[in-house]
Design a protein around this ligand. Structure first.
Ligand code: BGC
Length: 893
């Protein structure tokens, strides 16, 4: 028995103990932990049982994988008998190490199936009478149903969804912690449902089930498209399935016996805000004793005939709270004062207020990301987003309130409408986002770069909300595909977003046009073809998930959809040129917001060049996707397509001397990064980029498309010095410019605010847009040197390859991969470079130690388990197994 070796973090379809799974052969993963160098797994055994007791007694009455000779710890498919709806399976794992010694069994884990067949939904869609219209928002219906249980409850599950948003209470207590459920999908095609274990909320005797419905994306404002995009009012579908102590079962489902009323929530809109009149509350409305005699019978609606799918992603949840960093600033007004609070951080969520005042007084809360020069709230960039909450007081002492069905993107809060003094105590910021666990950290010796990493993390928090959005504050907040693909690799470093992107890939597929185009935004509410670098998210995102998590099932599930996209590109290009000059379709957004004029005007990087470059890139990724799935013939077909597009690219855009059409930084960046140049001309392209950067005084000119690749082509092209020069540039355009201006998130534009011009065009000036935060990937992969091996995805084999430079004295990345924690950190002190590398159990790594020769390198563990591979320009290359290694060598860089 190897008691150093522990089997931990059991997950099923990326989730810990998921409730309501819809996958027949779910995939199981675990992480090995061990303090022994070189620890590995040579075999595993999974047993699955119908109860925790049986599992504890090793009684595998559901499934026993037997001892399987395999090193795999990820995505091992359950292969037991067919799973039934509602079935809960308990499971545990043990493994055998390199010497054939077994580990102890892991702690138990479980998953539970949801409702697998549509006809298992026995309830009807219910809601209130129609209020409001396309232009008028409406109050939130409260729905309730009282019922009697003649016995204590053994178990109970609530299966629930809504068109709109729902929040459920049982006997006065909220069900679950999820926010904005059931989440956003294309409601014309699909709605997700959630499942909750509610046994603890029920009691023998009288009970009540209540739900409040919000407009959400279903009938509230979506971007600037107005209300009622999918339907005219929110609707609920739910069933509460109860097993009583004696084994009898009963189901309380939504039907015409429910009652409805409109109460204190006068309106609730994700973009506009929420209005609440506390005088209209129904105390105890979701408890059995409540008298609903004055409530109306609900309306029952026909089945919309859409798919009701189990939730695949991670729900939005409250994550943390922020207090104002100072007392509010008072602005005296004619009727009452306005108070402006600084939360110290551009955040996404809402505020909870704690106030006192006369009955009927209305507190007005407005939100902004910046302040005007006079210290008042800057809201011009919110466009038509009202982003205002109203709370009307009961007047009975201290009142605490927060909204339910709205969110705002803000750093500053303006409170008005209250007589008397207001203090910092009145406001607490509630931060919400998709509940993806933190998985990475990057830190270095430069405080501004650390602030940049902080800003990237916060940009991700605020914009990974249900779908990967562009921004959280103005009337937009859409699942912009271009932004998502640019940032995904960074996003994966920071948080475990595999489930989040698994869900979003389905949104992309739902949004795919019959011709095969991927959209501008998913869920789709805009043009069906996103154009180059946007539509290509359909390929780039699942490919990146595969690279980082080793997930072939996602590729397989969507393979046909991806193939249709490539066919669409072939059909809509001319001689392999995509977005060719007279192309009648959408040619793309260009290098959006680049400073050389592209995107918004016709200058800058040519759209046909961007189009063709991304066509080549997508074709090559498709070839690799086919290869990963063992589809050899397809892999060759797409590889040939890549060659054809590359040849067309060279013929049309590259001169024999290596100059690229348009000569913008992004033109060269794409040609290099997508491998579109003849090998001999690559250095010419790097030189051209460097020339252009220096001509601009050490500045970049790239937009959304080129920016994230720029540092890579420089560091890979032998100009790490220039990449660092760009990283440390403090005047705009640069990554650190906003940081020097006190930014706490990533700005949409390089020049969102400048000393000479003030605020940029209010029509498009978000201060929380993660796209330019895509440099985070370079910080992790290149600066700290924590990278994967594309041929052995999911960090089965790791690459540790730090790039000291730029005057940094240390940098360190930590990443909790699907195979466990990886660390790559380096430090320079007293002429010695120390490299720290942690390689999780059952993985291996190639370590590139910056040193002149092998005999100059020492390792704290006496090189145990370290194999010298070779020495190459300034690096000594080792192969290592699991463990933590501390290498040292003289440093005179
Ligand atoms: C969004 C972007 C998006 C762009 C398309 C903007 O309005 O905020 O982030 O990618 O439109 O070019």
């Amino acid at each position: 028995m190897n008691d150093q070796l522990r089997v931990t973090q059991l997950r099923c379809e990326y989730l810990t103990n998921p409730l309501g799974l819809g996958i027949q052969a779910p995939r199981l993963s675990w992480v090995l932990e061990s303090s022994r160098r070189g620890e590995r797994q040579t075999a595993y055994q999974i047993i699955a049982a119908s109860s925790p007791e049986k599992l504890a007694g090793d009684e595998a009455d559901v499934w026993d994988s037997g001892k399987v000779a395999s090193a795999e710890t990820c995505h091992v498919r359950y292969a037991g008998p067919t799973l039934a709806s509602r079935q809960r399976v308990w499971w545990k794992v043990r493994v055998w190490d390199g010497e054939g010694e077994p580990s102890a069994w892991s702690e138990p884990a479980w998953w539970e199936m949801g409702l697998l067949a549509r006809q298992e939904w026995v309830g009807r869609w219910i809601g209130g009478p129609l209020k409001g219209g396309p232009r008028t928002s409406c109050p939130a219906p409260f729905l309730r149903k009282a019922f009697h249980l003649d016995q204590p409850v053994r178990s109970a599950r609530l299966y629930v969804t809504a068109l709109g948003l729902y929040e459920v209470e049982i006997n006065g207590r909220r069900v679950g912690r999820d926010i904005f459920t059931p989440g956003w999908t294309d409601y014309k095609k699909r709605v997700q449902y959630q499942v909750y274990d509610v046994a603890d909320l029920l009691t023998a005797g009288e009970n009540a089930l209540g739900a409040i419905l919000g407009d959400g994306w279903y009938c509230g404002n979506v971007a600037a498209f107005g209300r009622q995009l999918y339907g005219d009012r929110p609707k609920l579908l739910a069933q509460l399935e109860i097993t009583l102590a004696d084994g009898r079962t009963l189901t309380i489902a939504t039907d015409d016996s429910w009652k409805v009323a409109y109460g204190p929530i006068l309106e609730a809109d994700l973009i506009m805000g929420e209005s609440y009149d506390a005088r209209l509350e129904f105390p105890g409305w979701s408890t059995a004793g409540f008298d609903d005699g004055a409530w109306w019978p609900v309306q029952v609606f026909p089945d919309p005939g859409i798919e009701i799918s189990p939730m695949r992603g991670q729900p939005v949840r409250r994550q943390e709270e922020l207090k104002p960093i100072a007392e509010p600033k008072q602005f005296r007004g004619w009727v009452s004062s306005k108070w402006v609070f600084d939360m110290g951080q551009n955040m996404v969520g809402w505020v909870r207020i704690k106030v006192r005042g006369p009955a009927g007084a209305t507190v007005i809360l407005r939100f902004g990301e910046m302040l005007n020069p006079d210290g008042t709230l800057y809201t011009a960039n919110l466009r038509t987003a009202r982003a205002t909450d109203y709370y009307t007081l009961r007047g009975d002492g201290e009142e605490v309130w927060e909204p339910r069905f709205t969110f705002h993107g803000f750093r500053y809060v303006e409170l008005s409408g209250l007589p008397g003094e207001v203090t910092a105590d009145a406001v607490t910021g509630v931060v919400v986002h998709s509940d993806a666990p933190l998985s990475g950290a990057f830190e270095c010796s430069d405080p501004l770069v650390n602030q940049l990493q902080h800003n990237i993390q916060w940009g991700q928090k605020g914009n990974y909300l249900e779908v990967p959005t562009d921004c959280p504050q103005r009337d937009e907040r859409l699942g912009w595909t271009g932004d998502a693909q640019a940032f995904i690799r960074t996003g994966i470093f920071n948080r475990d977003v595999a489930a989040f992107f698994t869900k979003w890939q389905r949104d992309l597929a739902d949004a795919q046009s019959p011709e095969g185009a991927f959209p501008m935004v998913a869920p789709s509410v805009l043009g069906p073809d996103g154009g180059p670098a946007w539509a290509d998210a359909g390929i780039i995102c699942p490919w990146t998930v595969y690279q980082c998590y080793g997930d072939t099932a996602l590729l397989a599930e969507h393979y046909d959809s991806l193939a249709r996209f490539i066919a669409y590109l072939e059909k809509n290009s001319k001689d392999y040129i995509r977005s060719y000059e007279d192309y009648p379709g959408f040619p793309g957004f260009g290098d959006w917001l680049a400073l050389d004029g592209s995107g918004l005007t016709d200058g800058g990087t040519r759209k046909d060049l961007i189009g063709t470059a991304f066509f080549a890139y997508s074709a090559r990724l498709m070839s690799r996707i086919a290869a990963a799935l063992g589809k050899t013939a397809d892999a060759e077909k797409y590889a040939q397509l890549f060659e054809n597009v590359r040849a067309a690219f060279q013929k049309r855009f590259v001169t024999p001397a290596g100059l690229v059409a348009g000569a913008t930084q992004t033109s060269y960046v794409l040609a290099l990064h997508f491998d579109l140049l003849p090998a001999g001309l690559r250095s010419v392209a790097v030189d051209q980029i460097v020339r252009d950067i220096q001509k601009r005084g050490g500045h970049l000119s790239t937009g959304f498309v080129g920016a994230s690749y720029l540092p890579f082509v420089l560091s890979e092209g032998g100009r790490l010095d220039v990449a660092y020069q760009l990283l440390f540039q403090k005047t705009w355009p640069s990554w650190l410019y906003a940081v020097t201006q006190g930014a706490t998130t990533i700005w949409e534009r390089w020049d969102g605010w400048t000393h000479d011009k003030g605020f940029q065009d209010v029509g498009m000036n978000s201060f929380n847009h993660y796209a330019y935060g895509a440099i985070g990937e370079w910080l992790y992969r290149v600066v700290a040197g924590l990278d994967l091996d594309p041929d052995r995805p999911g960090y089965a084999h790791i690459v540790i390859r730090p790039h000291p430079g730029g005057g940094l004295t240390h940098a360190r990345a930590v990443y909790d991969s699907i195979r466990g924690r990886i660390v790559s950190g380096w430090r320079i002190a007293d002429g010695v470079l120390t490299l720290e590398a942690t390689v999780p159990a059952n993985t291996t790594a190639t370590v590139y130690m910056p040193a002149a020769a092998p005999d100059q390198v020492t390792e704290e563990g006496g090189m145990a388990g370290v194999t010298l591979v070779r020495a190459e320009q300034g690096r000594v290359v080792y192969e290592v197994g699991a463990g933590t290694y501390i290498f040292r060598a003289a440093w005179n860089g």
